[in-house]
Design a protein around this ligand. Structure first.
Ligand SMILES: NC(=O)c1ccc[n+]([C@@H]2O[C@H](COP(=O)([O-])OP(=O)(O)OC[C@H]3O[C@@H](n4cnc5c(N)ncnc54)[C@H](OP(=O)(O)O)[C@@H]3O)[C@@H](O)[C@H]2O)c1
Length: 258
């Protein structure tokens, strides 16, 4: 199911580029949408369950700049909904220049207890949907010399204990970035951003001991915050840059110690 909302009728021939950001109702995805809008993009905010957050974000952005945000709802685990997300993105603003695959499931799957359903869920959001959304938007991105940015994870390079399925899915996301970059050059650049610890998973604030332990594993000794990822996305999205097939670690140096 998809749903689009715009506050006023569209002006013809609006020259602003358009970005689709998945999982953008809150947290890192919302920071990416805000940053891209400040960089003069119109943004399609994809969400699944976070309708209230997504609607509030779209209202906030549209109050700042008229017709700069719209919504599309979909469960990315439903592979049949992905062409529809791409289609609705093109319908609402008439073009697409940037796809940011940010949506992700994340939870532990200790070996011995992992299920096929968890495998499918973790691969669906972290690897399958990024591929099929990209595939659906390729003709449009080629037409606009556009770009794809996949939000990966430093644990695509090195495992996180008891998160085998998530790490495997993010490793697929990393290879997706490199492989598409090769296949889509020279018209479409494809890059990734690999966060370290930027925000704690929702609903599980750390104990003081856990926080201290986590910060000790980060040379810069702080969590990155969502804006650090948004800034990296905005940098990689710049149309004039000479970068493709790269995964930029935004991790305060964490990967140096892994
Ligand atoms: N937070 C960190 O410290 C950290 C560290 C390393 C990597 N990352 C990566 O950075 C990105 C953003 O992180 P985050 O912590 O902001 O992510 P998050 O809050 O865990 O998830 C972002 C959104 O993904 C959407 N999503 C999940 N499964 C979906 C599905 N099947 N269909 C549609 N939407 C789905 C959810 O949308 P709804 O709420 O609308 O359902 C959710 O709000 C992710 O790719 C994550 O893997 C984050």
């Amino acid at each position: 199911m998809s749903d689009i909302q715009l506050n006023t009728p569209l002006a013809d021939n609006d020259p602003r580029p358009v970005a689709l950001v998945t999982g953008a109702g809150k947290r890192v995805g919302a920071a990416i949408a805000r940053k891209l809008q400040r960089e003069n993009y119109r943004v399609v905010i994809h969400f699944n369950h976070s309708r209230t957050h997504a609607e509030a974000l779209a209202s906030e952005l549209n109050a700042l700049k008229v017709n700069s945000a719209a919504l599309v709802q979909a469960d990315l685990g439903d592979v049949n909904s992905l062409p529809d997300v791409a289609k609705k993105t093109l319908q609402v603003f008439g073009r697409c220049d940037l796809l940011v695959n940010n949506a992700s499931s994340f939870y532990p799957t200790p070996v011995g207890k992992a299920t096929v359903q968890q495998w499918q869920d973790l691969f669906a959001s972290n690897a399958q949907a990024p591929f099929f959304l990209a595939q659906a938007l390729i003709p449009e991105l080629q037409k606009n010399n556009g770009s794809i940015i996949n939000i990966c994870d430093v644990h695509a390079h090195r495992p996180l204990r008891e998160h085998t399925l998530y790490c495997m899915a993010k490793a697929a996301n990393k290879m997706l970035t490199q492989s598409l970059a090769l296949e889509l050059a020279p018209t479409v650049r494809v890059n990734g951003v690999a966060p370290g610890a930027v925000l704690w998973p929702e609903g599980s604030p750390p104990s003081a001991d856990r926080l201290e332990e986590k910060l000790q594993a980060i040379p810069l000794q702080q969590l990155g915050g969502a804006e650090a990822i948004a800034d990296a996305v905005a940098f990689l999205a710049q149309p004039q840059n000479y970068i493709t097939g790269q995964i930029l670690n935004v991790d305060g140096g964490k990967s140096l110690l892994q």
